[in-house]
Write a protein that binds this ligand. Structure first.
Ligand code: NAD
Length: 389
């Protein structure tokens, strides 16, 4: 159980690029990072609008002279300070991730970056090499995989409680883009333009969460081939998709299907995962993250609750509130940020701890981008089956 006791040597000096007043995801980062006292927010370039960013920064407690006009100024000025920033979170639109991550790493700073990490696997490989050379960590904020019951599913699969995995069924959909984009805000504009979003819209925006979570639960299974069908129901979004279906064949013979959509009018259910084995199935949704449906063939269905002693150690280790008291997305993000802090702390000391440590790092970011590349290759070939590479 996590109770806020410090598990790293000292708090990390932390800065943010993006995630300002109008940003959708910035508060999630601050909620996660500041929960356990493992990060201290000391600087930021929070906004494209420098003045608004400065005003926002001071209102969340950052000194005015450390609220910078842009990330280049942040890096330059912080480098000259003895108490300068050590780790920077990047919560900006997709097209900026690569350039800002590289600049931070070049300056000797650890990075925590949003997904989808970059546009291409080649960029990911280049940055992974740079991080390795510099001895730095790149964390990726797949914010839903900190939920303890995700790790319960992984532990149950590992113990063989489901039998051989046969079916992987996942959905992440909402209806917030069911209408057209006339008068749309910045967050929609950059998401629907390939220059700023990258090669995908919903596949990268929400599909990468599904894919990473499935990797956490089923680390032993690799995709052999996939078929992706994508469509822009609102034509102005083409060539990017606001809806997609992906079929997957895994190397153990399992079959997978997922769908992602931002035109699923009226749906507030968000994500749903079902992993079916030869003996039993588990089903979990981020709408009810405290509950896991466990169905054994021929037995009454069970609902498992977070924090209960009957759960596996891997799940209980990440519980924060204890049974009976609700856990939510903020708790999940706190776990993600804690695991990344532990990785950074270990990296500084070159600790063997890192080898067995679970956190979403550059490999997880790269695999997400690889999955997207395969999806696009399939879709562009007329929704053909393609070998996963
Ligand atoms: P947004 O458009 O709502 O906000 C972007 C923020 O970044 C704004 O504050 C903007 O002023 C600022 N910004 C833009 N360019 C900047 C720059 N060069 N320097 C400094 N600040 C800059 O976008 P969003 O929805 O918050 O998404 C940001 C990123 O987070 C995207 O990559 C998105 O995919 C990701 N995201 C992840 C999750 C998650 O659950 N992990 C959820 C939402 C968004």
């Amino acid at each position: 159980m996590i109770n806020g006791e410090r598990s790293i040597e000292r708090p990390l000096r932390w800065g943010m690029v993006g995630g300002g007043r109008t940003g959708q995801v910035g508060y999630k980062h601050r909620t996660g990072a500041q929960r356990d006292g493992t990060y201290r927010l000391i600087c930021g370039a929070f906004d494209l609008d420098a003045e608004r960013g400065r005003d926002f920064g001071t209102k969340i407690g950052v000194a005015a002279d450390r609220c910078y006009g842009d990330y280049k100024e942040l890096i330059a000025k912080e480098a000259g300070r003895e108490d300068g920033v050590e780790v920077v979170s990047i919560a900006t639109p997709n097209f900026t991730h690569y350039e800002i991550t590289k600049a931070c790493l070049e300056a000797g700073l650890h990075v925590i970056c949003e997904k989808p990490l970059f546009f291409t696997v080649a960029e990911c490989d280049e940055v992974a090499k740079l991080a390795e050379e510099k001895g730095l960590i790149v964390g990726v904020t797949y914010g839903f995989t900190g939920h303890p019951l995700v790790h319960q599913m992984a532990a149950m699969v590992k113990k063989g409680m489901l039998g051989d995995i046969r079916i992987v069924d996942m959905q992440y959909s909402h209806g917030f883009n069911a209408g057209d984009d006339v008068g749309a805000g910045e967050a929609v504009k950059w998401r629907t333009n390939p220059k700023t979003a990258g090669p995908t819209f919903v596949l990268g925006d929400i599909g990468t969460h599904l894919y990473y979570l499935s990797e956490v639960v089923l680390p032993h299974m690799k995709i052999e081939k996939l078929l992706c069908d994508r469509k822009a129901f609102i034509p102005t979004r083409a060539p990017l998709e606001d809806h997609a279906t992906v079929l997957m064949h895994y190397d153990n013979g399992a079959r997978g299907r997922l769908w992602v959509s931002s035109v699923d009018a009226g749906n507030m259910g968000s994500q749903r995962y079902r992993f079916v084995g030869s003996k039993a199935s588990v089903e979990w949704s981020d709408s009810h993250p405290d509950q896991l449906i466990y169905e054994v063939q021929g037995e009454p269905n069970r609902t498992l609750h977070h924090g209960m002693p009957y759960l596996e150690e891997e799940s209980l280790a990440y519980d924060r509130m204890g049974a009976l008291h609700t856990e939510g997305l903020g708790d999940s993000w706190a776990n993600i940020y804690l695991w990344i802090a532990q990785a950074i702390d270990a990296k500084r000391r070159d600790d063997a701890f890192l080898k067995g440590h679970h956190y979403p790092g550059i490999e997880a970011g790269t695999e997400g981008v690889r999955w997207l590349e395969n999806c696009v290759r399939s879709a562009d070939a007329g929704s053909a089956w393609v070998e996963f590479k």
